[in-house]
Design a protein around this ligand. Structure first.
Ligand SMILES: CC(C)(COP(=O)(O)OP(=O)(O)OC[C@H]1O[C@@H](n2cnc3c(N)ncnc32)[C@H](O)[C@@H]1OP(=O)(O)O)[C@@H](O)C(=O)NCCC(=O)NCCSC(=O)CC(=O)O
Length: 666
């Protein structure tokens, strides 16, 4: 490998403009890379390439001097400075450079641009022209981003204090995931560099691999900068090569698409996996369903990003509205006759219910944004009856976020000074409690929710480790129910989805329940809790009735509710809906939505239209999103304004249902 790199160096440094890079070297580079196994070997490879074929500081300095002298020579000394001449686009100021000097300025600018481009970039174009070369570069960028993440994680382990700042350096005003890419409707110009972005990703990944990162992977801040710069060089080139004008929008069809492409579409699906079922795929390609993909001429048969849509006469509020098997008219065999289809009213609503990218190496190129845009244009042209475009989207990390918040809430209490802890558990005075509330304005659960959730958990058999305060009668029960106790109760209810099995829990332990409730909570507390919960359910958190509610799977009849006045759905629905709204609207990562799906749609200019309870009760839907789903709305007239507001002011455009859910927030 060393010999290969030396040979490349010799060629690149003496390269005559327009000369070719020998095929043998291009093939040698690809071959050498494909022999590498594992992160360590790849890191060593990228280190070597970026060190030997990276940016030459001497070259840049020379080019800067040439530029300076070209501009200074051309400037009319009495009227302008070199900077004003070259940066201004004002015709008056440009006129001070005589035409001949402009040639010199352009030559110097070319030299500067080429000096500022790392040498290895000269290899990427010939690689892209080799057979499968484009795919090779896409995969190599994916590897490179993984290597940066692993190396940053290792550096954080090796030197936590230093690694947090220099290796993962980023402008604090810069955006988080993906928001650094411009996300203007045209998708142009990055607001912040990919180097920073890669650092952000590295930081995020660092959290997940920190525990296992081998120290040998640790890189210095300088090396990290070189690696990120290489990832950015690749991103810029790939962004040009995968620009939307060069992509092919393919309608995926059961009848007409090749089987190999259909199989790829099936495998790419990340949101509602098909489990390898051809029958399921056939359903998803059936009547009133449209699946589209972008493909690229250099990667034939590879759907780069795939979007599933349903054409409906109302927005889908749960995934069964779209994927339900019982709905026979969705089935291919139940195709309406041509006459019936022509007579049927056209769809009013297009629902985007799944979008998945197949190429991690194309991150930051916003193919998903462009695919949604192109499909929206196509569907509205094909179906003049369409009035609205909405998504039905998951909140993939909601459960993980909530679980960690609940853990923190419990830990905070354990670590709190004795006075605060005792006040929080009810032993302190009410002034102490008020003080505690001031110190923790971001309590996860509202007082009434705490009471209800603890009451529910106790009724289901949960026993709190901490002693519970006795109500004095003067102090409201909600003040006595500590944040930590409620967090522990909620964590217990969510753990293993206990909250969903409350009916059977009661049935299987009829004798123990009343006993548990009696020993762990005084009767007066239980009564007050019931009253608090009842008040809460009818309050602003209650979900407005939904038109299709009767058709939805409803929770089973609940003996627990009858026995205690609590039922899990009524207690948890307003609470989890509120927390979901907070997670989507208020929880931020570098000023942008923490939820990656929210960030994706909001960046595209969509708005947050609805949050839906019990919308995806599949195993995956529960594991990721606690069954909750979200509709984002794409109003074509507002996309630009929403996008600007989100990028510049970090504002999430929300609709009344979401605003109402959020009214109880602090
Ligand atoms: C949603 C996506 C198709 C979007 O992919 P795109 O490639 O178009 O988007 P993008 O180019 O902006 O890249 C998104 C990811 O790249 C990261 N990213 C952005 N800029 C980067 C840069 N310069 N360098 C490295 N990474 C970068 C972002 O932080 C984000 O990561 P990160 O993602 O890690 O933050 C994809 O993220 C995906 O396949 N996600 C998994 C499936 C999914 O969740 N789909 C949406 C829910 S379905 C749905 O909502 C319904 C529907 O609409 O159909």
């Amino acid at each position: 490998m060393n010999t290969l790199v030396k040979e490349l160096l010799r060629i690149f440094t003496r390269k005559v403009p327009g000369s070719l890079v020998p095929d043998s070297l291009v093939r040698g580079f690809i071959h050498a890379y494909k022999q590498l196994r594992g992160t360590q070997e790849r890191l060593d490879f990228f280190r070597l390439v970026t060190r030997e074929l990276g940016l030459s500081v001497n070259e840049v300095n020379t080019a800067v001097r040439l530029w300076d002298s070209a501009v200074t020579r051309g400037a009319a000394p009495a009227t302008s400075t070199s900077a004003s001449i070259v940066t201004s686009s004002s015709p008056d100021q440009q006129a001070v450079l005589p035409p001949l000097q402009w040639d010199a300025a352009y030559r110097a600018a070319d030299r500067l641009a080429s000096a500022a481009t790392p040498l290895y970039s000269q290899l990427f174009v010939p690689i892209s022209q080799a057979p499968d070369g484009m795919k090779f570069l896409v995969d190599m960028r994916a590897d490179l981003m993984d290597v940066v993440a692993a190396a940053t994680a290792a550096a954080a382990v090796a030197a936590p204090a230093q690694a947090a700042v220099p290796v993962v350096r980023g402008d604090s005003s810069s955006s988080g995931h993906g928001a650094s890419t411009a996300a203007t409707p045209s998708g142009s110009a990055a607001v912040a560099g990919d180097a920073r972005e890669a650092g952000v990703h590295a930081a995020a990944a660092a959290g997940s691999v920190r525990a296992t990162a081998p120290a040998a992977l640790a890189v210095s801040p300088e090396e990290a900068a070189h690696l990120r710069a290489m990832a950015e060089q690749l991103r810029q080139l790939l962004a040009e090569w995968f620009s939307v004008g060069l992509l092919h929008l393919q309608h995926i069809s059961w009848e007409e698409s090749p089987a190999a492409l259909l199989e790829r579409v099936m495998r790419v699906e990340a949101v509602h996996p098909l489990g390898g079922s051809w029958e399921e795929l056939r359903r998803r390609l059936g009547p009133r369903r449209r699946v589209f993909a972008f493909t690229h001429p250099c990667m034939p048969g590879e759907p780069l990003v795939v979007l599933h849509t349903a054409l409906m006469d109302r927005p889908a509020l749960c995934i069964d509205d779209i994927l339900s098997h019982g709905d026979d008219h969705h089935h291919q065999d139940a195709q309406p006759s041509a006459a019936a289809a022509a007579a049927a009213p056209g769809p009013t609503t297009a629902v985007f219910y799944s979008i998945s990218s197949s190429q991690p190496g194309l991150k930051g190129i916003e193919l998903g944004h462009f695919l949604i845009q192109r499909v929206a244009e196509r569907l509205t042209a094909e179906h003049p009856s369409l009035r609205q475009l909405v998504t039905l989207s998951p909140l993939p990390n909601f459960r993980a976020w909530l679980t960690s918040q609940l853990q923190q809430q419990q830990q905070q209490q354990q670590q709190a000074p004795a006075g605060v802890a005792s006040s929080a558990s009810g032993g302190g005075s009410s002034s102490q409690q008020q003080q505690e509330q001031k110190e923790q304005p971001q309590q996860l659960l509202l007082p009434a929710e705490r009471v209800a959730v603890v009451g529910l958990a106790r009724a289901m058999g949960w026993q709190c480790a901490a002693p519970r305060p006795a109500s004095t009668g003067a102090t409201p029960l909600s003040d006595l129910t500590s944040a930590a106790e409620a967090a522990a109760a909620l964590a217990w209810l969510l753990d293993g989805d206990r909250w969903l099995s409350h009916g059977s829990a009661v049935a299987s332990a009829p004798a123990s329940l009343p006993a548990a409730a009696a020993t762990s909570a005084p009767p007066s507390a239980a009564d007050a809790a019931s009253a608090a919960a009842a008040a809460m359910f009818s309050g602003p958190f209650a979900q407005p009735p939904q038109p299709e509610a009767a058709a939805r799977p409803q929770p089973p009849a609940m003996p627990l509710a009858r026995a205690t006045g609590f039922d899990a759905d009524s207690v948890l629905r307003p609470l989890l809906m509120r927390l979901a709204a907070r997670y989507l609207v208020r929880e931020k990562r570098r000023s942008f939505a923490l939820c990656p799906v929210a960030n994706f749609h909001l960046r595209n200019g969509a708005s947050l239209w609805r949050i839906n309870w019990r919308a995806d009760m599949s195993e995956l839907g529960l594991r990721r999103s606690l069954g909750i789903m979200v509709n984002y709305q794409y109003q074509l007239d507002n996309l630009y304004d929403n996008n600007r507001r989100y990028l510049l002011q970090h504002e999430v455009t929300t609709h009344p249902q979401v605003q109402e859910i959020l009214t109880g927030e602090h």
